[in-house]
Design a protein around this ligand. Structure first.
Ligand code: FE2
Length: 394
């Protein structure tokens, strides 16, 4: 069967433990003389690798500015404008380096276009609103998960409207991505796990969603295999750099699959509970993922057999049996990674379930991407109820 689809992959990628030690030469080879680094505060304050690379870049380049971004909190448009203002006040750079987690890379990609396009960030909210290409950007993830180094999205919260809607589409890709596990070694374990859960959510949702195609499935399945085999090392063997490198690659591949296909129930649920209850993005998606797998299997979906084949050989099983077994393995992986079962700790409880369920209604379009029908008004509340203590029904 021949498929009709479009596939986008617009940046170069450099891969390897310690690769960043050659970053100065790479930048010069690409014609970049002066650079501006946007770096997460946690990385700037605590990462010896950052201090080493900063020193190497200072020696290699004609000029280097560094702006340190506030850590942890997911960015809003006011903060984006503040950073863009600081960057606009500096001497013009040939290249912008975003070194940090997904939020930092999103800010770097958005600042890159705000350096060449006038006005405030929120004026470019939506899809394909940016008119002029930004300053070339190198994104270097220090937590493996969001895939921002390869996607065409930069997510920001609008504090006034209490919703997350970023700057997306044309010119929102980094020019180059650097996957180097040395950067991830000083990432706090809880952040590494939450980011890993985000990558797993991207791999699974891009695999399942109705908009997948033959090529996105190649990326989703490869991402899943890498993540399934390497994420447990965050618990058992956190200093293993090769496994960390595999997680970075898995997150990258999952990002490619995600923005070329779509997401689904888990990704959609993570948005309202992130904005209103501050559930971290990675956890907010992963908390529902095993339930989504089980929900779909109960309704006859068997494509998970393909993912099982990537991680185990079970020649005697039917597609349905493979899918059921996959659900068990997936649940075990979620438990191993410490994916929370309940949302009570973020203030979503049996007492406010009805209010929270109402927040899901605008996301019906995203739920429609799930391969099995899912109603925001009927299935949404039941789903939430499964994830609060003593709350199997409303
Ligand atoms: Fe995500």
């Amino acid at each position: 069967m021949s498929e009709t689809f479009k596939f986008l992959l617009q940046n170069s990628m450099c891969h390897g433990v310690g690769w960043s030690r050659g970053l100065g030469d790479f930048l010069k080879e690409n014609g970049y003389g002066r650079a501006l680094i946007l770096v997460d505060q946690g990385v700037a304050d605590h990462s010896p690798y950052f201090w080493e690379i900063e020193g190497l870049l200072k020696a290699a380049l004609t000029g280097l500015d560094v702006l340190v971004l506030r850590g942890s909190e997911e960015p809003d448009y006011d903060y984006l404008d503040q950073v863009a203002g600081q960057a606009r006040a500096l001497q013009k750079s040939d290249v912008l380096l975003g070194i940090g987690g997904g939020s930092c890379m999103d800010i770097a990609k958005a600042v890159a276009v705000l350096l060449t396009n006038p006005g405030k960030g929120i004026e470019y909210r939506g899809f394909h609103m940016v008119k002029v290409p930004g300053v070339p950007t190198v994104c270097i993830p220090t937590t493996a998960g969001t895939g921002s180094e390869v996607t065409i999205n930069a997510v920001f919260t609008d504090k006034k409207e209490m919703k997350k809607l970023g700057i997306n589409g044309r010119y929102l890709n980094a020019t180059h991505a650097v996957l180097d596990a040395e950067w991830t070694m000083s990432c706090p374990p809880a952040v590494a796990l939450s980011s890993g859960m985000d990558a797993l959510t991207h791999a699974m949702e891009s695999f399942m969603c109705k908009q997948h195609n033959g090529l996105t499935r190649v990326f989703s399945a490869a991402a899943f295999e890498l993540l399934y085999k390497s994420l447990p090392s965050l618990v058992d063997d956190p200093q293993n750099r090769d496994k960390r490198q595999d997680i970075l690659l898995g997150a990258y591949l999952a990002g490619v699959a995600l923005f070329n296909s779509g997401s689904g129930i888990s990704g959609a649920l993570s948005y309202p509970i992130g904005v209103h209850f501050k559930v971290p993005h990675g956890i907010g998606g992963a908390v529902f993922l095993a339930s989504v797998v089980e929900y779909n299997i109960k309704r006859g979906y068997t494509d998970y057999a393909e993912l099982l084949d990537r991680i185990e050989c079970n020649p005697g099983m039917s597609l349905a049996e493979k899918s059921k077994y996959f659900a068990e393995l997936f649940r075990a992986l979620s438990d191993k990674l410490g994916v929370p079962k309940y949302l009570d700790q973020w203030g979503i409880t049996r007492a406010n379930l009805k209010e929270v369920a109402r927040l899901l209604i605008p996301f019906q379009g995203a739920f429609n991407q799930n391969p099995v029908e899912f109603s925001a008004t009927e299935d949404g509340p039941k789903f939430l109820a499964r994830h609060v203590k003593e709350g199997t029904s409303l």
